[in-house]
Ligand binder design. Structure first.
Ligand code: OVV
Length: 407
């Protein structure tokens, strides 16, 4: 068997266009718009020889593949490595990297802890933190928004919501980036992330233990499910790890990307200030327009077909969520950022049974941050060039120098 990037190499079925591209170079990751347009132009599926994978970037097929967890499984990993053959870099997530029936049980426990009812009590603490941080930045005037706002807010509110006793901002943020970089090929981004494993992973593992969590947080709800026999105590620790994998870097990225969208589109920010009911739709448009998670893979678990093309068992398919979110066939004018678009059906949270289980919490965080900004800040302006940070699965800013003009 010829292996490549941890999965079995294959020849594409007749008719599938072959595209000699590397989607994981710094150049493409930093400026992926042209790659996405070309990917969609090639058709519903292309074969990329460099990694022996299929890729899809049109809305319809991306949604089809994501919605069908029977044919396109997650248990073989949602990156390039096929867990059927190699040992993953960490014990697989018991909610992300599993299929039903295992997934059904853990998803239920997480969904309950993240239900609108369970998280409604977090509102006041979120607002208080957002006001304190934004007040400080308004007083400062100019600042670096990735560190001082995009990271500052989630690392303040999220560990507290979970009930974490010890919090470590840098490790929390870097762990998320590591998990997402690990989904890509063995390139410089993945290697740099793996070099951080000895420092970060033991800390993360320790932080998930029951005695490192207060009795009143989301983490305690997960351990409560262990007391009720729904999951084991070991599984509860793994689910707390999922909060830390998926809940920090993603929301940091969402806030940074939202600020970038609003600084780039001052008229849209004016509309938000005039109508705070647009805070939620504004976040959905930020998600569609910037897709914090740009790519997840699925693995075909049987010989099948999409859009009339044959797909062999074992095929890895890169699903470019960011490209689906910019497909003109779906959105008409995808390159325009319009906060009242209400992009129902965007793929930024995925789709199907693995659709982001924390999306209500993410929406609550962003609604509050955007509302507090609109209440206190008259103008959001660039104070230097924004710099993007290449990551194999995340589309995030590295630095965002901003100026806030007070109301
Ligand atoms: C990167 C990511 C997304 C969603 C879930 C997880 C990780 C997990 O570890 O469960």
């Amino acid at each position: 068997m010829n292996m490549i990037e941890g999965h079995v190499a294959f020849e594409p079925a007749a008719g599938i266009p072959v595209w000699d591209i590397d989607p994981y170079t710094e150049e493409v990751l930093l400026n992926a718009g042209d790659y996405y347009a070309e990917l969609r132009r090639h058709g519903p599926l292309v074969y990329i020889p460099k990694y022996s994978v299929l890729a899809c970037g049109r809305y319809d097929e991306t949604r089809e593949i994501f919605s069908d967890h029977t044919r396109f499984v997650s248990s073989r990993g949602v990156g390039l490595n096929d867990f059927k053959y190699g040992k993953p870099w960490r014990a697989p997530s018991i909610i992300l990297e599993v299929d039903p029936p295992d997934h059904t049980k853990t998803r239920k426990v997480m969904a309950r802890a993240l239900s609108p009812k369970a998280i409604s009590g977090l509102k006041d603490a979120f607002r208080e933190a957002a006001e304190r941080i934004v007040d400080g930045l308004v007083a400062k005037g100019r600042f670096e928004a990735v560190a001082e706002l995009a990271e500052a807010f989630p690392v303040t509110v999220f560990p507290k919501a979970l009930g974490m006793v010890d919090s470590d901002r840098r490790r929390l943020v870097d762990y998320g980036a590591m998990v997402f970089n690990a989904l890509g090929p063995d390139n410089k981004f993945r290697r740099a992330a793996m070099a951080q494993v000895p420092d970060i992973v033991p800390w993360i593992t320790a932080a998930c233990a029951r005695d490192r969590l207060t009795k009143d947080g989301l983490g305690a709800l997960i351990y409560g499910a262990a007391d009720d026999g729904e999951v084991t105590e070991e599984e509860a620790a793994m689910l707390v790890r999922s909060f830390l994998s998926a809940g920090v870097d993603t929301t940091v990225t969402g806030i940074g990307n939202a600020l970038w969208c609003l600084a780039s589109n001052p008229r849209e920010y004016d509309r938000l200030k005039a109508d705070l009911a647009l805070a939620r739709p504004c976040f959905e448009e930020v998600l569609r327009f910037t897709s914090p998670v740009h790519t997840f893979a699925r693995t075909a678990n049987q010989d099948t077909e999409v859009a009339g093309y044959g797909i062999a068992e074992g095929t890895k398919i890169l699903c470019a969520l960011a490209s689906a979110n910019l497909d003109p066939a779906k959105w008409g004018d995808p390159d325009i950022f319009r906060i009242d678009r209400k992009p129902v059906g965007h793929m930024a949270f995925g789709a199907g049974i693995h659709g982001c289980v924390g999306q209500n919490l993410a929406r609550l965080e962003l609604e509050i941050v955007l509302s507090v900004l609109a209440e206190k800040v008259d103008r959001i302006e660039f104070d230097g060039e924004p710099v993007w940070r290449p990551n194999n699965a995340i589309h995030a800013l590295d630095r965002l120098p901003l100026k806030f003009v007070a109301k």
